[in-house]
Design a protein around this ligand. Structure first.
Ligand SMILES: Cc1cc2nc3c(=O)[nH]c(=O)nc-3n(C[C@H](O)[C@H](O)[C@H](O)COP(=O)(O)OP(=O)(O)OC[C@H]3O[C@@H](n4cnc5c(N)ncnc54)[C@H](O)[C@@H]3O)c2cc1C
Length: 492
């Protein structure tokens, strides 16, 4: 039987394991932590259950397609609730705009802020639908070929159109005058890893996701997604080895023959690493690495994140499930994070309060808050720095809620660059992979397989352009296609 070993039980590793097993591979999945999920893990403390990673369930249609590949549907595992409003954006802490789930209501919101802007929003979303259809139906399946696979007139025509729009920041400014509407378009860029001026307008696909399809929540929590994929791979017979960190590959005559973990060793025919690309390369001797250290040093890394998991022993006012706080220094903040690579003076940030929707996430009468500040990767990270930003967030929350929050905190944990390194072997402590820029995409995506060791493959959020849960799941599907094609070539 054909045997495959997958490293890393994050969403990408779970997806790769599922697709490989479906294709008839005997799969062993190795994960350094004692639970699956990777960045999508949860932890519980003092009666609270906190999401450590994803909280925005966007693009339900794309996620659904992954379940469909296994003859299943998300309803087999959880029910989805559409949040309305999808999210709230605070500007300078007092004024806020709620983003309604319904498109007509959204048009009204835009009109209230700027006359005639709903027509422009329609135009923006119509263009975005073209990007969405191109990317989801065609481009992502060409991801492994890199730019050479895009030489197709339909694809080039749409790409050219978006190229003419310039960056997303420029495109948004050509349509809207009011800074608040521009920020509504720009805020998801905080997770895309580059300065807004460097992110192409084709990334309005992200706006399309949140404004057109809306923001959803799996009842019972985001970890339901991980539970679902673990159930799928268990049913397909995948063996999962938790608390097993892959430390080395055995290489004989330029073929990988096995792995060594901190606990055991195992042989196989094919090896898929869903751990970070850079980390996987570090496990190989220099001669077998696809990229040099210089390449990685010069790559534009996405931000890391400073997270606070906070339990509060009272109900808080004026917060909904998703809350984004954008202050007037947004541009300076983005520059500090993406250009100057320093801790920001007055960061914009995001707070999720899932207890507003999900009573099981906090003890009765209490609130579960996770605050997230995207910050540059590779910065010095210390308790003192974290404390400074914790006070900053609590002060801002106190202003918004009109409540004393500091005295009501019954649980607090912080998480930042050093945790991303120790937990995920994340390059420079990044949280969101690499910047979604054209030059990086053209190099990395076509190297889903090692150039020298032809049975070693890379998958996961650092191996593909794009962001989030859909791309993690897609990466498992893409890498399986590559492994299967190589297997068939060898055995034809
Ligand atoms: C704070 C935060 C918020 C986010 N919010 C959202 C959101 O709202 N919506 C959204 O769609 N996406 C969000 N994302 C992005 C999303 O979480 C990721 O894109 C996705 O989870 C990445 O999955 P992955 O499997 O590629 O990588 P990972 O989750 O990093 O998985 C890699 C796995 O490999 C394991 N590993 C590493 N090295 C080894 C080794 N040597 N041996 C064995 N195992 C190893 C790690 O422990 C980990 O389990 C967020 C991410 C973060 C960090």
């Amino acid at each position: 039987m054909k045997k495959a070993i997958v490293t890393g039980a994050g969403l990408s590793g779970l997806s790769a394991s599922a697709y490989l097993a479906k294709k008839g591979f005997e799969v062993d999945l190795f994960e350094k932590h004692e639970i699956p999920g990777g960045k999508a893990r949860i932890f519980s403390a003092e009666g609270f259950t906190f999401n450590m990673g994803p909280s925005w369930y966007w693009f339900p249609e794309i996620i659904e397609k992954f379940y469909n590949d296994f003859g299943l549907s998300s309803v087999d595992f959880y029910s989805l609730k559409k949040l309305d409003p999808g999210y709230r954006i605070y500007f300078d802490n007092d004024l806020f705009i709620d983003i309604p789930a319904d498109k007509d209501a959204l048009n009204d919101v835009f009109e209230t802020v700027e006359k005639n802007s709903s027509r422009k929003l329609d135009k923006f979303l119509k263009n975005a639908s073209q990007a969405y259809n191109l990317i989801t139906n065609r481009l992502i399946y060409k991801a492994e070929t890199g730019i050479s696979g895009w030489f197709d007139w339909d694809i080039l025509a749409v790409l050219l159109k978006f190229k003419l729009h310039g960056s997303l920041a420029h495109y948004a400014r050509s349509l809207f005058k009011d800074e608040r509407l521009i920020r509504i378009i720009e805020f998801p860029l905080a997770f895309l890893g580059a300065f807004p001026d460097k992110i192409g307008s084709i990334y309005n696909i992200v706006n399309y996701g949140c404004l057109k399809f809306g923001t959803w929540y799996p009842q019972g929590g985001m970890y339901k997604i991980v539970d679902a994929w673990v159930k799928i791979i268990n049913d397909l017979g995948v063996s999962i080895h938790y608390s097993n960190e892959v430390e080395d590959f055995e290489v004989i005559n330029k073929i990988v023959t096995g792995i060594f973990t901190n606990k055991k060793s195992l042989h196989a025919d094919y090896f898929v690493s869903a751990a970070e690309y850079h980390h996987t390369e570090q496990l190989l001797s220099r001669e077998f690495r696809n990229f040099t250290e210089k390449y990685w040093r010069n790559s534009v890394i996405s931000p890391s994140a400073l997270l606070f998991f906070i339990g509060i022993n009272t109900k808080v006012k004026n917060l909904i499930h998703h809350n984004v706080f954008i202050n007037s220094d947004f541009e300076i903040y983005m520059e500090d994070t993406h250009v100057n690579w320093k801790w920001p003076e007055a960061p914009s940030f995001y707070v999720t309060c899932i207890s507003k929707t999900d009573a099981s996430s906090a003890p009765e009468g209490m609130e579960n808050l996770v605050a997230l500040i995207p910050v540059a990767s590779g910065l010095e990270d210390s308790g003192k720095i974290r404390d400074h930003y914790f006070s900053y967030i609590i002060q801002n929350l106190e202003k918004i809620t009109g409540q004393i929050i500091m005295d009501k905190i019954v649980y607090k944990r912080s998480y930042a660059q050093t945790n991303f390194i120790s937990d995920y072997n994340a390059f420079q402590g990044n949280a969101f992979s690499f910047a979604n820029t054209f030059s990086h995409y053209s190099k990395l995506n076509k190297l889903l397989r090692n150039k020298y060791l032809t049975n070693l493959y890379y998958t996961g959020h650092t191996s593909l352009q794009g962001f989030g849960i859909p791309m993690a799941l897609l990466s498992g599907k893409l890498v399986t296609g590559k492994v299967e094609a190589d297997y068939n070539k060898l055995h034809s």
